[in-house]
Design a protein. Structure first.
Length: 318
């Protein structure tokens, strides 16, 4: 059964979804999982990539129907996990014609009633042969793994529109829209960090032009900024424990970053971008997803506020 955000209402066969981050939008109710959802992690990863890359195909502002189909699939996948889904409009498309373009996001509240949050994101659009949907597959499966695991801080899982190609660097980017709205809502200082999930290759090793990595150590790369050095270290520690190899971490200035994380780094929010060189069909991918899940869990648990101590009882008067 589809679970609706607290600001949502069901009307005329549509889900009316709203958020403090955006205006109201309309999207037909849909479901993607249920009995058709594969049982194994590897099969689910391949299904997500197949639906986005092959069944739906090219996804960009010039193909709003494809963007809508992708958004519906992602929203349905999140909903089937038990999340309340919010749609956040971004530039492109035409809402009056039913072809608006959205970020698709879910919110996992932390144990403490404060605004400190982690953002985990991947873009679901494509640019020519770039972005095959595997970044979104990683986003969906880490969100699935963490659904019922408590964390001290809030987590926003965001599938961005307009993130691939030139649009990803502009103010029409879904990451720009979300970073600006969330920082305006809770304050940039309360966004403890942003984790960007880069897409993997689709093809199996025999089909790839580039050889598979020789070892897990060279298979995963982290990229961060000088401002995100400490956050990247916090991410690398639990990832290394699970992956059993420390990922090399490269440092770039915010202006030199081309991914979704650039828009958060521009607001002085710590970021780390994660790239895995194994293909989505490789057996190492399941280990990669588990390592990412452990990493997000631990980072969202860092620096838990200490409970207030009860005041000592006043001495009894004689």
């Amino acid at each position: 059964m589809t679970r609706i955000h607290k600001h949502a209402a069901l009307t005329a066969g549509f889900l009316l979804l709203a958020s403090g981050l955006s205006s109201c939008t309309l999207l037909p109710a849909s479901s993607s999982g249920g009995p058709e959802t594969p049982r194994t992690l590897g099969a689910r990863m391949e299904k997500h990539a197949k639906v986005l890359q092959k069944d739906i195909g090219a996804r960009n502002a010039k193909k709003p129907k494809s963007m809508e189909a992708a958004a519906k699939y992602i929203a349905g996948s999140f909903s089937d996990m038990g999340y309340a889904v919010t749609l956040q409009p971004v530039a492109g498309g035409d809402a009056k014609k039913g072809t608006a373009i959205y970020n698709v996001l879910v919110y996992k509240p932390g144990l403490y009633s404060n605004n400190q949050s982690i953002v985990v994101g991947a873009n679901y659009d494509s640019s020519e042969q770039l972005n095959n949907g595997t970044g979104t597959a990683l986003l969906l499966e880490t969100a699935r793994d963490l659904k019922d695991i408590p964390t001290n801080h809030n987590i926003y899982f965001v599938a961005y529109a307009n993130g691939a190609g030139p649009a990803g660097k502009s103010s029409s980017s879904g990451a720009y829209v979300h970073a600006k709205a969330l920082s305006g809502s809770i304050g940039a200082a309360n966004i403890l960090g942003m984790i960007n999930l880069e897409p993997q290759e689709l093809a199996a090793a025999a089909e790839q032009k580039q050889p598979e990595p020789e070892s897990p150590q060279e298979a995963v790369l982290f990229m961060t900024t000088p401002r995100g050095k400490e956050f990247a270290g916090q991410c690398a520690a639990p990832f290394t424990k699970s992956w059993e190899q420390a990922p090399p971490t490269f440092h770039r200035e915010p202006a030199a970053i081309a991914g979704n994380d650039r828009h958060y780094a521009a607001l002085n929010i710590p970021t780390v971008s994660c790239l895995c060189k194994y293909s989505v069909t490789d057996s190492h991918t399941e280990d990669y997803v588990h390592a990412l899940t452990d990493m997000i869990h631990q980072v969202a648990d860092n620096d838990a506020p200490q409970p207030e101590k009860a005041a000592p009882p006043e001495p009894k008067k004689p």
